[in-house]
Design a protein around this ligand. Structure first.
Ligand code: FE
Length: 134
């Protein structure tokens, strides 16, 4: 797949922490209940942790109890791509940033209304911007 932001492994390693590199660029998963944003309720916007592309609003975040930041929707459906993932003998749908191709997490069908979706996202794949006070 071709992406607007294209960096070599060395270039990504230079700007990402080792953990962020592993999750974003090697499709890793942070351990449940260890991420920075799992319980965050602060109003604001969540961007891609690799390329800063806007992905989620805090208004789409909810407490799923699964141990990772969970959202029932996304800011723009064109900003996140869904890719079949059959690793580990499971049929899952992976979510990647459409701007840089980095791994974000997976999407499941056990979310709350209105979508019924659970976007299960690694904290380390996100960068949070608290809403500016107007
Ligand atoms: Fe990105």
């Amino acid at each position: 797949m071709e992406f607007k932001v294209n960096k070599t492994a060395a270039e990504w390693k230079a700007i990402l922490s080792p953990e962020a590199y592993h999750v974003l660029r090697e499709k890793g998963t942070e351990r449940a209940f260890t991420g920075t944003y799992t319980d965050t309720e602060t109003p604001g916007e969540y961007h891609c942790g690799a390329c800063d592309f806007p992905l989620f609003s805090s208004t789409q975040k909810y407490h799923s109890g699964c141990g990772w930041p969970s959202f029932w929707g996304e800011l723009e459906s064109s900003n996140i791509l869904q890719v079949p993932d059959n690793k580990f003998g499971m049929r899952r749908t992976e979510l990647i940033c459409s701007n840089c191709g980095s791994h974000l997490g997976h999407i499941f069908n056990d979310g709350p209304p209105p979508s019924g979706k659970r976007y299960c996202i690694n904290s380390v794949s996100l960068k949070f911007y608290p809403k500016k006070v107007k």
